[in-house]
Design a protein around this ligand. Structure first.
Ligand code: ADP
Ligand code: ADP
Length: 232
């Protein structure tokens, strides 16, 4: 579903030139759940932002479902992103003075989805993350783990096939982190492909495939684990 070949990304500021990614090659197949680890500054977020078409790359080829991302106009890229991709961030990024229902609604309004369909999706997604009864609450009335679940509901409401998560459990204690991970696993079983950056080795081990980014490159091993082995 996703194929990156020789992707490089150079950040050029007045004095500093940073090669955030170099000759980055990765194939992600439909239905995978991949954990991305690696040292701070190694290029993980840059990779995720390029995968989500939030940032341009400097060279190389990025294909998403047979579409060459590099050939798209800004509008085409935005449409493709809205159709296919959901994002989850470490800091939840909820709007503090909107209730949970309204937070989940924001991107749906932006996409021009009609009121009745918005309502259907919002209720379904809040239910899915276990917060169906809290629709009128404000984010500050929830725990961090619950806030992240709202952010997940917001991503799911767009019906993405591809979910990109940047340290989704980075601000959570270990119990809440595990609950968020379980929710992501369920979403993956429902069919979404997930790529998750994490610093938490325990969570990374739970993902069926681990990749490591070192110095802007994929480290030369890709670890596959079977879920059966994990259970033992
Ligand atoms: P990670 O997510 O693994 O911590 P990043 O992808 O955030 O790494 O960063 C990779 C490298 O690119 C780092 O050296 C970082 O300082 C640099 N970098 C990231 N974003 C920018 C930017 N907007 N401008 C300049 N340099 C950047
Ligand atoms: P310029 O250097 O003329 O500003 P860019 O190639 O940087 O042109 O792109 C202009 C805008 O379009 C940027 O703000 C960037 O965020 C966005 N953009 C360009 N290419 C991509 C891409 N492949 N993925 C995501 N956003 C892109």
């Amino acid at each position: 579903m996703l194929s990156m070949k020789n992707i490089s990304k150079v950040y050029q500021t007045e004095k500093v030139r940073t090669h955030a990614l170099r000759d980055f090659d990765l194939q992600v197949n439909e239905g995978e759940f991949i954990a991305v680890t690696g040292p701070s500054g190694s290029g993980k977020t840059t990779f995720l932002n390029i995968a989500g078409m939030l940032e341009p790359y400097t060279s190389g080829e990025y294909m998403l479902d047979d579409v060459n991302v590099g050939t798209l106009s800004d509008n085409q890229r935005a449409d493709l992103r809205n159709q296919k991709i959901g994002f989850i961030f470490q800091g939840f990024n909820l709007i503090p003075d909107l209730n949970l229902y309204e937070n989940v609604e924001v991107p749906l309004r932006y996409r021009g989805i009609k009121t009745a369909e918005r309502k259907r999706r919002i209720e379904e997604c809040l239910e899915k993350v276990g917060l169906g009864s809290r629709a009128k609450h404000l984010p500050q009335q929830l725990s961090g783990g619950q806030q992240q679940r709202v952010a997940i509901a917001r991503a799911l409401a767009g019906q993405p096939r591809f979910l990109l998560a940047d340290e989704p459990t980075g601000n959570l204690d270990s119990l809440m982190a595990r609950q968020v991970m379980e929710l992501l696993e369920e979403i993956n079983r429902d069919g979404a492909t997930i790529v998750m950056v994490t610093h938490d080795p325990e969570l990374a081990r739970r993902a069926p495939r681990n990749i490591q980014v070192v110095d802007g490159q994929l480290a030369d091993f890709t670890l596959y684990q079977s879920r059966e082995k994990e259970i033992i």
